[in-house]
Design a binder for this molecule. Structure first.
Ligand SMILES: Cc1cc2nc3c(=O)[nH]c(=O)nc-3n(C[C@H](O)[C@H](O)[C@H](O)COP(=O)(O)OP(=O)(O)OC[C@H]3O[C@@H](n4cnc5c(N)ncnc54)[C@H](O)[C@@H]3O)c2cc1C
Length: 261
């Protein structure tokens, strides 16, 4: 169904009230509109959330960086605050898609969509993020459920994403040359209490790699990755790369990320 009502909300309460039945939120429309056009999804109402003022903006404190849900990728990439506090996040945003996508797509839309090859979900896991919604606070470890699936309930709106400020971090992506989506993306973060490594593009959903985390906890250097064995079991094989190739590239990207931390 390509016919739908277009509604615009001016605040969170209004937006969540409108989101009943077959209605859904519209942010940048970079994934939602193609899905509707290709008849992969159908909705009765699209609720524009881009006029809700308190969903945008970037706030920094000593321990965390909080980004409003409708903040565009280009804004994150250009933000001095992000560059100073978590530069790997600004680099990640700069590597998303093309200028058109970066000037429409939003961080909230990206993580709500949870594309298996999207970049931001890996940042959320590696940087121990908290997803603030209209109903609750959700730790990133519990947010991403499966392919294009999260724990968000019907009508639950992401308001902001709060990242822990790491001691060191870096994101290395082996991108699809056409879309720039990750064929393999590895986000490494040395946090105050732990080391986290998150991988995207490889399985149906972003995940943390405990083997790499353990190896780097003992010795935070690229050489620590040499002896880690990455099994390709469960990894995706598609026209871009085989599961075995992805397993190999994980180590290459992980080393690259650690070297640039
Ligand atoms: C050509 C192309 C190349 C791309 N390349 C990359 C890439 O290299 N890396 C990458 O990571 N991504 C890539 N993307 C995806 C893009 O970055 C967008 O972030 C993503 O499509 C969704 O963001 P959006 O704001 O457009 O959301 P929309 O398309 O508007 O919405 C997507 C979904 O999220 C829901 N939603 C949106 N906002 C919220 C919210 N605040 N709370 C709850 N639910 C919400 C919507 O209801 C919908 O279901 C690419 C997209 C295109 C079209």
């Amino acid at each position: 169904m390509k016919n739908f009502n277009f509604k615009s909300a001016t605040n969170t309460k209004e937006a969540t009230k409108m989101a009943t039945g077959r209605a859904t939120f519209l942010a940048g429309g970079m994934s939602l509109i193609p899905a509707i056009k290709l008849r992969l999804a159908a909705y009765s109402d699209l609720i524009n959330i881009k006029k809700i003022k308190n969903l945008s903006g970037i706030k920094v404190s000593s321990k965390s960086l909080r980004i409003g849900a409708i903040t565009k990728h280009a804004e994150v990439a250009a933000s001095k605050e992000v560059g100073k506090t978590i530069s790997s996040l600004a680099i990640l945003a700069e590597g998303i898609g093309d200028p058109q996508v970066r000037n429409r797509g939003t961080i909230g839309g990206s993580i709500a969509n949870n594309d298996p090859a999207a970049d931001y979900p890996s940042a959320c896991l590696a940087l121990n993020a908290t997803i603030h919604t209209s109903k609750r606070k959700i730790p990133a470890d519990k947010f991403f459920k499966g392919m294009f699936e999260t724990v968000l309930k019907k009508g639950e709106l992401i308001e902001s994403v709060e990242f822990e400020v790491p001691e060191k971090s870096s994101y290395a992506k082996f991108p699809n040359p056409a879309s720039r989506y990750a064929i393999v993306g590895v986000y490494v973060a040395k946090l105050k209490k732990e080391i986290r490594v998150a991988i995207t593009g490889v399985e149906s959903c972003v995940f943390r790699c405990k083997k790499l985390e353990n190896a780097l906890s003992g010795n935070f250097s690229p050489s620590a990755i040499d002896n880690v064995e990455i099994s390709s079991k469960g990894f995706s094989t598609d026209i871009h790369a085989s599961a075995e190739y992805r397993a190999h590239i994980i180590k290459v990207m992980a080393k690259q990320a650690v070297s640039s931390c």
